[in-house]
Design a protein around this ligand. Structure first.
Ligand code: ADP
Length: 356
């Protein structure tokens, strides 16, 4: 009963949102100024309205103020719990059979990994999501049987790497996106580990994060230049009518969106930057094509969008976290990210799409 109530409440809340805004939501999260920025005398350019939870202003270099509006704006002192409270209705809709996709977008150092992965003391959206899915599926166990499995992968220079395989002693297996007989996009050979409880999930996530960070000599640099994806597959069986569902939830920590500096425009760096730009702009192109309802959606322009094809558009639910730095030194990148996010959100405020 509790589950049914929760489920219908989720649907009600979601339909309300969809009627207002379509299936894409954008949350903005601003991190606090860090010690180095304070020591260097950087001021905060972000101003928050205490009465409006969805607006912020950025103080420009010419002292003018630029206003931005999103579905929610998180202030520097908003913790992981506050962020997850807003995210929860979206992630749990995967149990109702929806495909869901959540991205963290922004310049390197703005808190994308903090939001998604978090720290052992301050766990992020990824872990909290699985914890909540276990909780919801238990409360519904007399009605539905759920099986949860997890895959973790990285896309770097348009190559897919399985993070649940320790490749330290062998060359990584080559993974590609393929269309299945049912017409869905799959990654054959990708490890899909079944998870049964939160401890198991935490061990698995730690393993994946560790494989990610030992995979290169300049680990931090590479991780800011690759996309890290956690895919949760939910298989559901209705114990009353036998109906089966299979849905995916993607939790994506995108590569840093910063523009390339002059010193980096050569060799390997240039290649990396071109791939990053290609996949981030491919993502923007897919979202705008979906919103303008054109018949051709350019999913295949990057590995990232091709892989996410079944979880973007249609009845899928999408949430983008635009992560920003409050520092005056990052003003240019902050405005770029906020403008990108406004385009994503603005486009979607078109005609309502109603769920069945
Ligand atoms: P990104 O993934 O965008 O490169 P990180 O998640 O690595 O950025 O964040 C950079 C640093 O800022 C990390 O040390 C992180 O712990 C800290 N940080 C980011 N967001 C917050 C926040 N909201 N509150 C406290 N610390 C944060």
């Amino acid at each position: 009963k509790q589950y049914l109530e929760e489920s219908s409440e989720r649907k009600r809340l979601y339909n309300e949102v969809i009627e207002l805004k379509g299936n894409i939501r954008v949350f903005c999260r601003c991190r606090p100024l860090n010690q180095a920025e304070i020591a260097n005398g950087c001021a905060s350019v972000a101003e928050f309205d205490t009465t409006q939870e969805n607006e912020l202003q950025i103080l420009s270099s010419d002292s003018s103020k630029k206003h931005f509006k999103f579905d929610h704006v998180f202030k520097p002192d908003d913790g992981q719990e506050t962020v997850f409270a807003q995210t929860k209705p979206i992630v749990t809709s995967v149990l109702d059979g929806y495909n869901v996709c959540i991205f963290a977008y922004g310049q390197t150092g703005t808190g994308k990994t903090f939001t998604m992965e978090g720290t052992p003391e301050n766990r992020g959206v990824n872990y909290r999501t699985l914890e909540e899915l276990f909780r919801c599926s238990e409360s519904k166990s007399h009605l539905m049987k759920f099986e949860l499995s997890v895959s973790m992968l990285e896309v770097y220079n348009e190559k897919i790497r399985d993070l649940l395989v320790d490749n330290s002693n062998q060359p990584p297996k080559k993974l590609e996106v393929k269309q299945s007989a049912e017409g869905t996009q799959e990654v054959p050979g990708l490890v899909e580990a079944q998870v049964y409880n939160t401890d198991g999930v935490w061990d698995l996530l730690k393993k994946g994060y560790a494989v990610r960070s030992v995979g290169s000599t300049a680990a931090n640099e590479q991780s800011s230049r690759s996309h890290c994806l956690l895919r949760v597959t939910v298989k559901g069986e209705n114990l009353i009518n036998g109906q089966r569902t299979r849905s995916h939830l993607w939790l994506v920590d995108l590569a840093g969106s910063e523009r390339v500096g002059k010193v980096e425009v050569e060799g390997e760096r240039l290649k990396e930057s071109q791939f990053i730009n290609k996949s981030l702009s491919a993502l923007g192109d897919v979202i705008s094509a979906l919103a303008s309802k054109t018949s051709h959606i350019p999913y295949r322009n990057s590995k990232l969008t091709h892989m996410l094809q079944n979880s973007l558009g249609g009845d899928c639910k999408t949430l983008m976290f635009v992560q920003i730095s409050p520092s005056s030194a990052d003003l240019g990148e902050t405005l770029c990210s906020l403008n990108f996010a406004s385009r994503v959100r603005g486009i979607e405020s078109g005609p309502a799409r109603k769920q069945a």
